[in-house]
Design a protein around this ligand. Structure first.
Ligand SMILES: *Cc1c(COP(=O)(O)O)cnc(C)c1O
Length: 408
């Protein structure tokens, strides 16, 4: 059986240089590549009705993926994730229509599985045998899991103060894991250095073009779940930025296919913590490229990315959308995490808590209209952050104590 592919070419995000599809690529001039599709052909091959009958996984949008109709995916059954309405949390932050898209329910407990499922699938297809990557947390576990699923080797470098669950899961999935006295960019340097010795493939964020194609399915799914009427604002916790860039790409592609109800796109709100906010700082200073953030420290480990190769892609998307890049107070993360968990029962990660806090602040200061349809992405599961969750529990002493607690 022959397979249909819909990729027209790859294209440098920095200077527009075009590349033929069907090959392994990394960066061009140290900057990422876009995967471009022939959207007319996709629209001819795929209808909304066909889509409705497919399995509820990220692979349902396969015509808008580098696989086309080829079925060789390395999968653990990822997606679709629920879009949960949050009336109680909405009340607390002053929003009438708030949803959380709960990516914590994906394999390995974070949305990193979307990107890794796609990137590892492509790596395997191209005959690559060994993968290596730097990680600030969840990417390492996800890469290790998909590498195991695909029968590939995986080498992970992570800061030695990465959450312990991230360290352990990567190792338990069979990766070689090394702890570094430094940050994710230091780990990235080691991955590059090791490449000449071990000929491994660099799976770093945006250093190969396919993780973004996996992560963009968040945007495709969101559009489908909202019946092709996009929300007014999307709050996205930004580290390397693949998710935000990918969703913005997804919306343009759907628009190019004529699938969206309106050509008003959501405002993309990129959220970081004051503990590490190079993108928010560049946005404020009206720069297109971000300066490295010194002494990055945040319990939202997914946001601890002091240097991002896709900085200009994040900032372009934010500006084109009429959104903003903001930093939320590091000291407020635990508070909003717990508010969201208590109000809605969602396993909210500290990264998403930054988004909840930022939304609250923007409502309070009049930058966000209380009637807007707002979606916050919960990119990971709270269970990954056991150190940060540390909370005192009382010993049972008496029923009087229980009664007082229930009435308190
Ligand atoms: C990686 C990560 C992020 C940042 O995602 P990017 O798409 O790289 O910006 C946010 N939250 C969590 C939980 C993460 O693991």
């Amino acid at each position: 059986m022959t397979h249909e592919h819909y990729v027209s070419h790859l294209e440098s995000a920095i200077d527009g240089t075009r590349f033929e599809p069907g090959q392994v690529y990394t960066l061009h001039k140290d900057r990422p590549l876009w995967v471009k599709y022939d959207l007319e052909r996709v629209a001819g091959a795929l209808s909304k009705d066909t889509l409705a009958d497919r399995d509820p996984t990220m692979w349902r949008y396969r015509e808008l993926s580098p696989l086309g109709t080829e079925t060789c995916e390395v999968t653990l059954g990822e997606g679709m994730t629920p879009l949960l309405d949050c009336p109680e949390l909405g009340r607390k932050i002053g929003l009438e229509q708030l949803w959380i898209k709960d990516e914590s329910q994906l394999p390995t407990g974070s949305f990193k599985s979307r990107g890794m499922a796609m990137a590892v699938t492509m790596a395997k297809k191209f005959g690559i045998e060994c993968l290596a990557l730097p990680t600030a947390g969840n990417a390492g576990g996800a890469a290790a899991a998909y590498a195991a699923r695909a029968g590939l080797k995986c080498v992970v470098f992570m800061p030695k103060d990465t959450p312990i669950v991230n360290q352990l899961e990567a190792k338990w999935y069979g990766a070689e894991v090394y702890l570094i006295d430094g940050l994710i960019n230091d780990c990235g340097r080691l991955v590059k250095e090791g490449q000449s010795k071990f000929d491994w493939f660099d799976l770093s964020t945006l250093k190969e073009p396919y993780r973004i194609e996996g992560k963009k399915t968040m945007g495709l799914e969101l559009a489908e779940q909202l019946d092709w009427r996009l929300p007014d604002s999307i709050f996205y916790p930004t580290g390397g930025g693949t998710g935000l860039i990918g969703m913005w790409k997804a919306f343009q592609e759907l628009n190019g296919m004529g699938w969206l109800d309106s050509d008003v796109f959501p405002k993309m709100i990129s959220v970081q913590s004051t503990g590490c906010c190079p993108i928010a700082r560049a946005y404020e200073q009206e720069e297109r490229f971000a300066k490295p953030f010194e002494n990055a420290q945040t319990l939202a480990s997914g946001l601890r990315v002091p240097v991002a190769v896709g900085d200009f892609m994040i900032l372009d998307a934010v500006r084109e959308s009429g959104g903003a890049a903001v930093a939320y107070d590091e000291n407020g993360l635990r508070y909003w995490q717990r508010e969201a968990m208590v109000s809605e029962g969602i396993a909210l990660c500290p990264e998403a808590a930054a988004c909840v806090g930022a939304a609250q602040k923007m409502v309070e200061t009049g930058q966000l209209d209380p009637n807007e349809r707002v979606v916050i992405f919960n990119t990971g599961a709270v269970q990954k952050y056991v150190e940060a969750m540390e909370i005192g529990l009382p010993d049972f002493e008496s029923w009087e104590q229980v009664e007082a607690d229930l009435n308190g």
